[in-house]
Design a protein around this ligand. Structure first.
Ligand SMILES: NC(=O)c1ccc[n+]([C@@H]2O[C@H](COP(=O)([O-])OP(=O)(O)OC[C@H]3O[C@@H](n4cnc5c(N)ncnc54)[C@H](O)[C@@H]3O)[C@@H](O)[C@H]2O)c1
Length: 257
């Protein structure tokens, strides 16, 4: 893989883990294309400003990862504007905390659409572009500890993240001959807006309501999104070429493979 300026495309980049990854990669002289929902446009503009302040190029796209055309067009425009694509981080995702028997087909469709189809779209159009360029690349997906072991009140989320794990393994097999690696991160509890609840202050701070819903140990401490960003910064290094098809736990030792 070339060590010239590289270009990363990151979904769900307006906040949380995606934002942290965008800022971290900019520190490693990588130009960044950000992608998130239209309602997140003000946040996207703010991330662009922060990246430009680091001396890197940044552009943003508003769209929906479940819409194949949104993903394809944004990748094409990234290539036109920033000169290519080297790294895809398919990070966008949602969670639903609900007892299984109360979950309905709308919940199922929404979570599978965003967390699975969204990642499929990103992996596919990134792979097509990376193969066309012929200089290898890195594809990274957002899995979760819930993609390794089922979690209380997160049945549909767990199902969606198990799917990301399967996709990561299978696509890594098909893409390795193109010098493209595919890996995913499997965080434990990361303190982002995803895990914030209006009643958090009553129960012990950020994430406390989510922890109760998931029946997790209240003493288990979450981490900042920067810990995941550091793992991604490693996975995209040329010397990380031998890490492939892995779904890497980053959870303070919650799960052992
Ligand atoms: N926070 C955690 O503890 C944790 C743990 C394990 C896995 N993850 C995974 O990491 C990823 C990022 O999580 P986060 O905590 O930063 O979440 P977050 O909710 O803070 O950020 C997710 C971003 O994705 C965007 N998004 C949602 N649906 C989208 C769509 N259809 N199209 C485009 N963008 C969309 C949202 O607008 C948001 O900006 C998710 O896939 C999540 O499942 C998070």
């Amino acid at each position: 893989m070339s060590t010239a300026t590289r270009v990363a495309f990151i979904t769900g980049a307006a906040q949380g883990i995606g934002e942290a990854i965008a800022l971290r990669l900019a520190d490693d002289n990588i130009d960044v294309a950000l992608f998130d929902l239209k309602e997140k446009e003000p946040l996207l503009k703010n991330v662009v400003k922060q990246i430009e302040a680091k001396g890197r190029k940044a552009i943003y796209f508003v769209g929906d990862v479940t819409q194949e055309q949104d993903v394809k067009t944004s990748i094409d425009r990234t290539v036109e504007t920033l000169g290519g694509l080297d790294i895809m981080v398919a990070n966008a995702g949602i969670t639903i905390f609900k007892p299984f028997v109360e979950s309905d087909i709308e919940d199922y469709r929404r979570i599978m659409d965003i967390n699975v189809l969204g990642v499929v779209n990103c992996f596919k159009y990134a792979a097509i572009q990376l193969i066309k360029q012929g200089r290898g690349g890195r594809i990274i997906g957002a899995c979760s500890g819930a993609g390794k072991r089922g979690i209380n009140n997160m049945s549909l989320y767990s199902a969606s993240k198990f799917a990301v794990r399967g996709l990561t393994q299978a696509t890594s097999l098909e893409l390795r001959s193109h010098k493209i690696t595919v890996n995913s991160y499997a965080p434990g509890f990361i303190l982002t807006p995803m895990l914030a609840h209006p009643d958090d202050d009553k129960f012990g701070g950020h994430g406390s309501v989510a922890k109760m819903a998931a029946k997790m140990d209240p003493d288990y401490e979450g981490a900042q999104p920067s810990v995941v960003a550091e793992l991604v910064a490693y996975l995209i290094k040329p010397e990380a070429h031998f890490v492939n098809g892995q779904v890497i736990n980053i959870d303070g030792g919650l799960l052992f493979d």
